[in-house]
Design a protein around this ligand. Structure first.
Ligand SMILES: Cc1ncc(COP(=O)(O)O)c(C=O)c1O
Length: 353
């Protein structure tokens, strides 16, 4: 006899982390290429000296700093072990077995896993031909069993966005008892003024919760800190109820807090501006090479290569560049430093079909 496991586990898609290959550059996980600021590292080191103590399970100082930064009540802010953990907590907070979670597909590859593990049913709504959320089609899939809708804006892996008018129209049509998670993991990279800051929608739509992270723009992917800001404090409380105790370490809290200090944040946002400038350059270069890359508002670009995907991603790897291929669909490539982007563009030029 072997131990009995839940049958759902054998059907789960595996979460495929971006691979690290010795000697190659990694453009597969949407990380920043730059290490944490020296000041942040020093605060991390100080916090490490307290590692014999459990962390503050409520991440109180980080919650307060975020509440002050965004001008929202602290009771609406929750900090989690990466925003992927907050996605999980949210599903567990709102969906019982066989209730439904709607999201676009293709989108963040953790959504199907999170829904399946929690016992909820996934309703995947294909992106439009332009690789954008099809909000009308998503509305049509709402039923009495729908508990949560993820809108990933900008969308991972396509980098595409939904604009304010379309999103507001959508939110007005969603029943107010259905929670909408605006996953804004890449918000800091958005430069298009038409892409709404989810936080500006919370007053009109209390069923909305905005999810953000310190992993991307703030360069703390390895420490795991994300946050949720909910329109309704009851949703924030529910997220806290489904958190694993002590999920955010003292070191992670210290790093997030240090990164929010005005001088550190200014420097980090200058780095973001550099990535955004590189995004324009990489996008234009790929278009020149004949790749039909949709406009991106994130720190990555999407090459919809369909059946060529696996071979093309392997070709990049042979040229020392690890990218993220989604078989049969396309390749996502993180925008990095100018030198690393040049290496990628050289590979893309070689691999032109
Ligand atoms: C859309 C989206 N949401 C959430 C996450 C999770 O980020 P983290 O758990 O590192 O905060 C990612 C990471 O890749 C993402 O792309």
């Amino acid at each position: 006899m072997t131990p009995t496991l839940r049958p759902v586990l054998s059907q789960l898609p595996a979460y495929v982390p971006g691979r690290s290959v010795a000697g190659a550059i990694k453009l597969a996980s949407n990380e920043t290429p730059y290490p944490p600021l020296p000041y942040v590292v020093s605060r991390i080191a100080e916090a490490a000296a307290d590692a014999n103590r459990y962390p503050d399970t409520n991440s109180t100082a980080v919650v307060q700093a975020l509440a002050a930064k965004y001008g929202v009540a602290a009771e609406r802010v929750k900090v989690g072990c990466g925003s992927v953990s907050l996605c999980t907590q949210l599903v567990q907070a709102v969906a019982d077995a066989d209730e439904e979670v709607i999201y676009a597909w293709r989108s963040f590859e953790a959504y199907p896993i999170i829904a399946a593990v929690s016992g909820a049913s996934s309703v995947q709504v294909p992106l439009t031909d332009g690789h954008v959320h099809d909000l009308d089609a998503m509305l049509e899939r709402i039923t009495g069993k729908t508990r949560l809708i993820f809108v990933c804006n900008p969308n991972n892996p396509t980098g595409t966005t939904v604009g304010r008018d379309a999103l507001v129209r959508f939110l007005r049509a969603v029943p107010p008892d259905v929670v909408v998670a605006l996953d804004e993991a890449y918000r800091e990279f958005v430069t298009d003024a038409d892409v709404p800051d989810g936080l500006t929608l919370l007053d009109e739509f209390p069923n909305v919760v905005v999810l953000r992270t310190f992993s991307k723009a703030y360069g703390l992917a390895g420490l795991r800190v994300g946050y949720a800001i909910a329109g309704d404090p009851a949703v924030a409380t529910a997220i806290a109820q489904t958190q694993v105790p002590f999920a955010v370490t003292t070191v992670a809290q210290a790093a997030a807090l240090a990164s929010l200090e005005p001088e550190a944040e200014r420097e980090l946002m200058q780095r973001v501006a550099g990535i955004v400038a590189e995004r324009s350059r990489v996008h234009a270069a790929l278009l020149d090479l004949g790749y039909p890359v949709p406009p991106s508002q994130a720190n990555f670009v999407w090459l919809p290569l369909g059946d060529r995907t696996v071979e093309w991603a392997a070709g990049c790897e042979q040229r020392g560049v690890v990218v993220r291929g989604f078989a049969g669909s396309g390749v996502r490539v993180t925008v990095s430093s100018p030198e690393e982007n040049d290496r990628f563009l050289a590979a893309a030029a070689d691999l032109r079909g």
